[in-house]
Design a binder for this molecule. Structure first.
Ligand SMILES: Nc1ncnc2c1ncn2[C@@H]1O[C@H](COP(=O)(O)OP(=O)(O)O)[C@@H](O)[C@H]1O
Ligand SMILES: O=C(O)C1=C[C@@H](OP(=O)(O)O)[C@@H](O)[C@H](O)C1
Ligand SMILES: [Mg+2]
Length: 182
């Protein structure tokens, strides 16, 4: 059986997965991994370069490999922030569902747009109409995030520290509930 990491954050670009993942890993005393960073380290190149040279398909292959390698390693006791497209492949969703507590960080399209607008490192948003792109992606992906999630946390109108505290509370409640039930 594949051993998945403890806490996995999913959600759209700009939901705050990287930011919140780091904060909650510090509070929980767990190792933190950002899947995009793992992919970049493995490739020796950044994400825009990978998209440019290998296309989105090449990136998705690397993403699945990186997820599987973390899931199969002994680093089970960690917090993992994924990229927004992780739910697009069924094999990824299977790994996410296995053993991990998956937290969906929800953000409205307006917030996604606002939070991603200052950065140019997301190749999918380097289009004439990033709002339309985010909306289209969200329509496809939101049901998939919900399919794999154990917990859903709303992030609009919340400071990152407040989102992190909400996630930590929800995780504690969820784990306590599981212990009480079993
Ligand atoms: N709750 C929040 N409120 C305001 N800004 C946020 C919040 N969460 C993240 N951000 C900011 O939004 C940007 C994208 O966050 P990031 O963690 O990279 O998102 P993701 O990894 O989900 O794409 C960063 O500049 C980050 O500081
Ligand atoms: O939504 C996506 O398909 C992607 C999201 C990005 O990560 P973040 O969600 O952390 O921005 C990164 O993996 C890549 O640019 C593709
Ligand atoms: Mg990120």
């Amino acid at each position: 059986m594949i051993k998945a990491p403890n806490i996995i954050l999913v959600g759209p670009m700009g939901a705050g997965k990287t930011t919140i993942g780091r904060l909650i890993s510090q509070s929980m005393g767990k190792e933190f991994y950002d899947l995009d960073k793992v992919i970049e380290d493995n490739a020796g190149a950044d994400i825009p370069w990978i998209f440019e040279r290998e296309g989105e398909d090449g990136f998705r292959k690397r993403e699945t490999q990186a997820l599987a390698s973390i899931a199969e390693s002994d680093t089970g006791d960690c917090v993992l922030a994924t990229g927004g497209g992780i739910v697009m492949r069924e094999e990824n969703r299977e790994i996410l569902r296995e053993n991990a507590l998956v937290v969906y960080l929800y953000a409205s399209v307006a917030q996604q747009l606002y939070r991603t607008s200052k950065s140019t490192h997301r190749p999918l948003l380097q289009t004439g109409d990033p709002k339309a792109t985010l909306k289209k992606l969200f329509e496809v992906r939101d049901p998939l995030y919900r399919e794999v999630a154990n917990l859903i946390i709303e992030t609009d109108a919340r400071h990152p520290r407040s989102v992190a505290n909400k996630v930590l509370d929800a995780i504690r409640r969820h784990l306590k509930m599981e212990i009480t039930v079993s």
